[in-house]
Write a protein that binds this ligand. Structure first.
Ligand code: PLP
Length: 412
């Protein structure tokens, strides 16, 4: 049996896994054309969203793709979450249920709006919120839910929407990791009141490094999100007298939108490829005893962002960190990421918010204790495998071989 690389053996995979190339000549062309024009005419005309037509067109194309009535483009996923929360006009101290396994970009805007995040537990097999875990956390101050379709895998949106209706709660779907993932024949982001997306360059598609989008069928929410994303400008208001509400400057640039438009045309193919790669990995993992892929709900077609691999530490000699290190030395693009639940971060634990006030936790969240045992167990049991649409047969085969080799050496 070949030795592990950490013991001086040879790696299964000699060549590095291929880098992810997101752009081709199409993005180069639109940017080159824009910059050429900007060197000859008034530069601002080609870069600011109100001077050109790229952002407006991108918004229309994005809404059309997802089948919603409206889309508003912003500068990041965090800005998209923030604009959506602001559009729903919660009152300070209102409680928003969300997941403890996500990016801080889902949670920080809750605090900026003077709201209290309440962390519901997740399902161990999907690492997502469920209607049941959300319901356990509903109290008389709960007004909203932000679900995250983690790593591309959809939450059970039919049951979550039923629950939201029962308790009269607003729902934001954070689709930052699930562009064009499908649940029961519908794109995620179109079940709730609003869907939000991060379009930074690590995601399935990008608007040129950074960017975000808010989608909705509700015209009122659309205008409110759009106003919030530009300092309360009176968009959609007849005879305005000034800026109508507070907001920030979260505008997307023309350059970002022109890249985003090209990328939007690629997303279906990317989703298709990623789905096939992961389903093939699932088949390959069937013979492994200590490693398995996380679950995808029935009637879902995820646009997988990365893979969660469950590491059965009862069967293995090492914890997930050591296993990730061993796999990585064999040449596999893996990490031990998603380590702590969101509420263990200092910004929540030590209430590092506005000066020394602890606001809004003080006064609105003083009765709350954060504890999600299943999420904590799941975080200790999963590592992350970074797949992408550029993977071919060889990458899939090598991944399975590497796991087989590591399992053989590391089983108790
Ligand atoms: C689920 C989720 N929400 C929000 C964000 C924040 O997006 P951005 O980095 O574009 O601000 C991310 C970023 O990774 C994310 O994964």
């Amino acid at each position: 049996m070949d030795k592990l690389v950490i013991d001086g053996g040879k790696p299964v995979r000699k060549k590095p896994f291929p880098p992810r190339i997101m752009f081709d000549e199409k993005e180069v062309k639109v940017i080159t054309e824009m910059m050429k024009k900007a060197t000859k005419e008034n530069t601002a005309k080609y870069l600011d969203r109100y001077a050109g037509n790229q952002v407006d067109t991108y918004e229309k194309e994005f809404a059309k793709f997802f089948g919603t009535k409206f889309a508003t483009a912003v500068s990041s996923g965090t800005a998209a979450v923030h604009s959506a929360i602001a559009a729903l006009e919660f009152e300070p101290g209102d409680r928003i249920i969300t997941t403890p396994i996500t990016d801080p970009g889902t949670v920080m805007p809750i605090l900026f709006q003077g709201l209290i995040p309440v962390f519901a537990d997740v399902d161990f097999d999907t690492l997502n919120l469920t209607a049941k875990t959300i319901e356990e956390k509903i109290d008389k101050k709960t007004r909203g839910i932000i679900v995250v379709h983690l790593a591309g895998v959809p939450c059970e949106m039919d049951k979550i929407m039923e629950l939201a209706q029962k308790y009269n709660l607003k729902v934001i779907e954070d689709c930052s990791q699930s562009h064009a993932s499908i649940y029961k024949n519908k794109y995620v982001g179109t079940f709730g009141d609003m869907g939000v997306f991060s379009l930074m360059s690590g995601k399935h598609m990008t608007s040129g490094g950074q960017g975000g989008m808010v989608i909705t069928d509700n015209e009122e929410y659309y205008w409110k999100a759009k106003r919030f994303a530009d300092r309360g400008k009176p968009f959609g208001i007849e005879n305005p007298k000034g800026n109508v509400s507070i907001g920030l400057n979260y505008r997307m640039t023309e350059i970002e939108a022109s890249i985003g438009r090209v990328q939007l045309k690629k997303i279906k193919k990317i989703a298709e490829k990623r789905f096939k790669i992961v389903e093939e990995l699932r088949r390959g993992f069937k013979n492994l005893r200590a490693f398995s892929l996380w679950k995808r709900p029935e009637e879902s077609k995820p646009n997988y962002w990365f893979c969660f691999i469950k590491v059965d530490t009862e069967k293995l000699k090492y914890d997930k960190y050591k296993i990730a290190e061993i796999l990585s030395k064999e040449g596999l693009p893996v990490g031990a990421h998603y380590v702590i639940p969101m509420y263990e971060n200092p910004f929540i634990k030590e209430k590092k918010t506005f000066g020394t006030s602890g606001y809004p936790f003080i006064p609105y969240g003083e009765d709350l204790e954060y504890n999600c045992p299943v999420a904590e167990k799941a975080l200790n049991a999963h590592i992350t495998l970074y797949i992408h649409e550029g993977w071919g047969k060889k990458e899939i085969e090598d991944t399975i071989k590497i796991f087989e080799k590591v399992e053989k050496h590391c089983l108790k």
